[in-house]
Design a binder for this molecule. Structure first.
Ligand code: PEP
Ligand code: MN
Length: 364
């Protein structure tokens, strides 16, 4: 049985009494003025709606020769901007030296970046540096879609005595081209929630979308999943930002996004429940039918496997596969399914089918 984390609920250590916990601020601290002005405008356009500020001081970049953050010198800019507007501040830390100077500068909350969560030794050294320190830690998912690695990082900080813990879902990198910079793969945080309902989940639509056009949609999706907060990058002059320019929004736009968000209730009262119950019963019937059909289909795949074996035919027949995909796309698109979904679904069905056929063919 999975370990349950005895962590302190988000509401007890943040100012977010109701609604989502919102963390906002620039991708990177670029200068004292830029941080202060951004923060002042954030508070002006979203009064009472932003509970914590963010700014990157050290920026782990994919390729060298990009802006790697202003470093330690930026810590007082961030801290003082927070004090000026009365909000706690957070920065990303990637090693024990960062932790040491961030704590000295009075930074209130630390976050672990996606490129750090992937590395257990790094995570452990940061967790060790935090032993005996009472500071909240937010853990971004690793860049790769690996839930165990993400949970492992939570376990390391928890074991170091950190009880004010939350995770940040910032999407996952994928080799496939998608409309997102880092596709959300909602199934992963949903599985995390199923296994550890006590871990608060903060959604970062900025790094998922990679473009400011998707931030509202992704933030709303996060709220519709019942997650607990949002981390959104905001800059006084996004187009001129030194990092992540395309995905940052002005504080004014941030205010509009936060105002437009609809926070739906997580559970229904009993009248409404009747309608939902009926709809769910229909969905369950259909899901059940889908499974039965898939089982039947794989049975046929095995028969085909027997046939191919007797004829010394290869399992994968490229022409046949192209034809299957073409038919499915035509039919599915008419019914309103997205091309991406149909393709993914059929790739999975095909993988399972290959597995069943190979099993038959390997049998002697
Ligand atoms: C960031 O928050 O600016 C950042 C670098 O994010 P991530 O670690 O999610 O890429
Ligand atoms: Mn960023």
């Amino acid at each position: 049985m999975a370990q349950n984390f005895d962590i302190i609920p988000l509401r007890e250590w943040t100012g977010a009494a109701t609604g989502p916990l919102v963390i906002a601020g620039p991708c990177s601290a670029e200068g004292e003025e830029q941080v202060l002005e951004t923060v002042q405008q954030i508070v002006k356009y979203s009064p009472g709606k932003v509970h914590m500020l963010r700014a990157g001081i050290w920026k782990p970049r994919t390729r060298p020769n990009s802006f790697e953050g202003v470093g330690e010198i930026g810590l007082p800019w961030v801290k003082n901007a927070g004090l000026a507007v009365g909000l706690p501040v957070s920065v990303e830390v990637a090693n024990p030296e960062h932790v040491e100077v961030a704590l000295k500068a009075g930074i209130d909350v630390l976050w672990i970046g996606a490129r750090t969560t992937v590395s257990p030794f790094n995570v452990q050294s940061i967790a060790d540096a935090l032993k005996g320190v009472d500071i909240p830690v937010l853990i971004k998912n690793p860049v790769n879609p690996d839930l165990e690695l993400w949970i492992g990082a939570v376990e390391r900080f928890y074991a170091a005595g950190i009880k004010k813990l939350a995770v940040i879902h910032r999407g996952f990198s994928s080799y496939e081209k998608t409309i997102y910079r880092n596709p959300p793969m909602w199934e992963i945080p949903i599985e995390l929630r199923r296994r550890y309902p006590e871990i608060p989940i903060i959604v970062d639509p900025s790094h998922m979308g990679g473009t400011r056009d998707y931030i509202y949609m992704l933030a709303q999706q996060g709220m519709d999943m019942g997650f607990d907060g949002l981390m959104i990058e905001s800059h006084i002059n996004p187009d001129k930002a030194w990092s992540d320019a395309k995905q940052q929004v002005t504080p004014e736009r941030l205010g509009e996004i936060l105002n437009a968000l609809i926070i739906r209730q997580p559970k229904l009262n009993s009248d409404e429940f009747k309608t939902l119950h009926d709809l769910r019963a229909k969905v369950d019937r259909i899901d059940n039918y889908i499974i039965e059909l898939l089982c039947e289909r794989m049975g046929l795949s095995e028969e085909i496997g027997e046939f191919k074996k007797s004829q010394h035919l290869a399992v994968h027949q490229a022409d046949r596969w192209s034809q299957i995909v073409k038919q499915a796309l035509e039919k599915g698109k008419t019914g309103g399914l997205t091309e991406e979904f149909i393709l993914k679904l059929f790739q999975q069905v095909h993988n399972e089918s290959i597995y069943h056929q190979s099993k038959v063919m390997e049998k002697n």
